[in-house]
Design a protein around this ligand. Structure first.
Ligand SMILES: NC(=O)c1ccc[n+]([C@@H]2O[C@H](COP(=O)([O-])OP(=O)(O)OC[C@H]3O[C@@H](n4cnc5c(N)ncnc54)[C@H](OP(=O)(O)O)[C@@H]3O)[C@@H](O)[C@H]2O)c1
Length: 332
């Protein structure tokens, strides 16, 4: 698989990584299968999808434990990125960016991951009660202690409470400028997909001009862009899509032209090429600093997604995707 280099620390990874979150979190729990997930992670590494993205809060904790079972056997084949800063409470997820907590959380992640270093340690969310420089300073201390190789920042974007006219990622860019004064940012992780291209406006260029890697999260639109989901089939209550405004039967039906467009492009590249692969190839085409991180827990999806690194979209394909309708259904 094509390798891409991310960030100040010049870390090389396969262009398509593996988001491990669906194996333990956010998607229907009844479909989670530990053994199949383990096979999926091994398959990813066999195919060169070296970046395994996880977080302490996925599960919570069980996702890191699962990844740790693979790392124990083949640490040198993998690039592990995990996250700190969010705690799962009874009712809510809460941010914790206190320096002492960050250090303890890192040691706990290392134990679960069965390794003595984390390749990329990402701040999941900034804690509004703690200046982000303090949290980042504690994370930098972990690099100096040899527990972490590089630092990253996650940015889901401010979906509410934004000033009129402000971009989705304006606040994140300001945050990046602040932490960059303390210790170099190697990667930014944020949603980027054909139906959620907001990061293209400011976040991607910010990364590109500074040699910072960009991890494209949710590149398959939580599965929608693969064309394998049927409008109206519904989602189990523990699946994030049960509450996602784009996953009502009405919005899924309204957004079908986007999938149809991806399928048209796919067919030009071959009988076996899928809309999912075009969606991933589109993310990779946004810059050499982009690594796609599709989530999957099934081996067959992992193999299909890894093969997307070999799908090269033409200027004509990219122009056609740019003309697809804007997605309907919004959090705002
Ligand atoms: N930093 C953050 O705040 C943040 C937030 C969200 C996500 N993330 C990261 O980004 C990763 C990706 O996001 P995501 O997993 O939510 O969304 P996604 O990658 O857009 O979509 C994942 C969904 O697509 C399905 N899928 C994957 N490949 C497929 C294929 N080839 N054909 C058909 N279906 C396919 C998966 O099914 P199965 O599950 O059945 O395999 C899963 O339901 C996560 O795993 C996580 O590591 C980070």
């Amino acid at each position: 698989m094509e390798r891409r280099t991310i960030g100040a620390a010049a870390l090389a990874v396969g262009a398509v990584g593996l988001g491990c979150m669906p194996m333990s979190w956010a998607y229907s729990g009844s479909r989670q299968r530990g053994d199949e997930s383990l096979r999926a992670v091994h398959r990813a590494l066999d195919l060169g999808s070296t970046l395994l993205d996880t977080a302490d809060m996925y599960g919570p904790f069980t996702n890191e434990l699962l990844v740790g079972r693979v790392l124990k056997e083949r640490r040198e084949d993998a690039f592990v990125s995990t996250k700190v800063g969010l705690l799962v409470g009874e009712q809510h997820v809460v941010a914790n960016g206190r320096p002492g907590y960050v250090k303890r959380a890192c040691d706990a992640s290392l134990r679960r991951l069965q390794t003595d270093y984390i390749d990329l340690y990402q701040l999941h969310r900034a804690d509004p009660e703690v200046p982000v420089e303090e949290t980042w300073g504690a994370m930098a201390g972990l690099v100096q202690a040899g527990k972490v190789r590089a630092l990253g920042l996650c940015a889901v974007g401010a979906r509410s409470g934004r000033r009129p006219g402000a971009g989705l990622h304006d606040a994140t860019v300001r945050q990046l400028q602040r932490v960059q004064q303390v210790f170099p940012v190697s990667a930014v992780q944020a949603e980027l997909s054909v139906w959620s291209p907001d990061a293209l406006a400011a976040l991607l260029p910010w990364c590109e001009t500074r040699g910072v890697g960009f991890l494209a999260a949710m590149p398959l639109g939580n599965g929608f862009l693969t064309g394998t989901l049927t409008p109206g089939e519904g989602f189990e209550p523990d699946d994030v899509r049960a509450r996602h405004p784009r996953f009502t039967a009405e919005m899924m039906a309204a957004n079908q032209p986007i999938v149809a467009g991806l399928r048209r492009v796919a067919h030009r590249h071959g009988e076996d090429v899928t809309p999912a692969q075009v969606a991933l190839a589109w993310a990779l085409a946004q810059g050499r600093h982009v690594v796609a991180v599709p989530g999957a827990k099934q081996e067959r999806w992992v193999a299909e997604n890894a093969a997307a690194a070999g799908v090269r979209l033409t200027a004509h394909d990219l122009a056609e995707v740019a003309e697809l309708p804007v997605a309907r259904g919004s959090w705002d």
